[in-house]
Design a protein around this ligand. Structure first.
Ligand SMILES: [Zn+2]
Length: 334
């Protein structure tokens, strides 16, 4: 039976939650906010204390990495990596006050800093599965930041456990702590040679015990519609109304492929916004699918729709920008 040091992990979690590490999409700095640097420097000290080797931080990618050295004679065992991100999502994160609810009884939780808010298992049935456990919440007016301070505390807990239990056999275990995950800029910056593993797990938001090996393939699309503006009295055969082009485009999207009709593995195209007038209109969409073939087909559908409209109304009336956001590792893992 493995006895983890729950008190240690809980205290680390609370300490990290108190540090404001909200990332900032408008910043070009690396990391985007100073608070993330504060936490990374704190973690650097702790990794040294926990006996990790090859601990290093790079200003270029703002990743802190370190290694729990193998205690095996067999040098051929492949190293394994674990990753957690230090930033929190774009919600208030000043003066976070974690509240510990030991032996949670399943009843509604009221927040001291927001009396009108309640955390209830009516709204969140998953809470029922946590009865009898220790629950930690925010105080009501900030994010707690469990995503991903829980991941960080978990990794430190593992390092402490392996340090205290050298009889537990393990190969090289690399840890990486990175910035700006919530704004989608962390992973792309990581200098891969600093994290020399072939396989790594990311610890992040999810249910206890879950291991996810795939996700959506994801793209964002912006479709721009340029109208031909003519006085309405002279418009016959000449006017092209950008707002109507946008509406026609949306009508021709596959009707069943929307989030409100999709579950499980089904993909979707979601219209995020539709703004415009006679002269100019813009439709923003996201494309999501676990299935790479479906993902490519949906992207091809968007391109075809744009080509069809240009064929109908004249070249240059409609243009498409497709930006790939991320790809599912599922195809590779399979
Ligand atoms: Zn996360």
């Amino acid at each position: 039976m493995i006895a983890y040091n729950a008190t240690y992990i809980q205290q680390k979690f609370i300490d990290y939650c108190r540090i404001n590490t909200r990332s900032d999409e408008r910043s070009e700095a690396v990391p985007t906010t100073l608070g993330q640097m504060v936490l990374l420097k704190t973690l650097e000290t702790e990794l040294h204390q926990l006996g990790l080797t090859a601990v290093s931080y790079s200003d270029a990618d703002a990743y802190l990495v370190g290694k729990i050295t193998s205690n095996l004679k067999d040098q051929t065992v492949v190293p394994l990596g674990f990753v957690a991100h230090v930033d929190t999502a774009d919600y208030p994160a000043d003066n976070v006050q974690p509240i510990v609810h030991p032996n949670y009884d399943g009843r509604d939780i009221h927040y001291p800093a927001a009396p009108d808010r309640v955390l209830s298992s009516n709204a969140f049935p998953a809470l029922q599965a946590l009865i009898g456990q220790t629950l930690i919440t925010g105080s009501g007016d900030t994010l707690l930041g469990s995503d991903d301070k829980a991941g960080i505390a978990g990794l430190l807990g593992m390092a402490k456990y392996l340090q205290a239990n050298p009889q537990v056999p393990h190969g090289d275990v690399w840890l990486a702590f990175g910035p700006d995950e919530e704004i989608g800029r962390g992973a792309e910056r990581l200098i891969a040679s600093r994290f020399p593993v072939e396989f790594a797990y990311t610890l992040d938001n999810g249910q206890p015990g879950d291991i996810a090996y795939e996700t959506f393939n994801a793209a964002a699309a912006t479709v721009t519609f340029n109208g031909t503006v003519v006085h309405p009295g002279e418009a016959y055969g000449l006017m092209v109304n950008a707002a109507l082009l946008a509406s026609q485009f949306i009508q021709q999207l596959p009707a069943g492929l929307v989030p409100e009709k999709s579950r499980g593995y089904q993909g979707f195209i979601m219209v995020l916004s539709n703004e415009g007038n006679v002269d100019k209109a813009e439709v923003k969409l996201i494309v999501r699918s676990f299935d790479t073939a479906e993902y490519k087909a949906m992207r091809a559908h968007l391109r075809r729709e744009v080509a069809d409209l240009n064929a109908q109304y004249g070249a240059g009336h409609v243009s498409l920008t497709l930006q790939e956001q991320y790809r599912s590792p599922g195809d590779v893992i399979k």
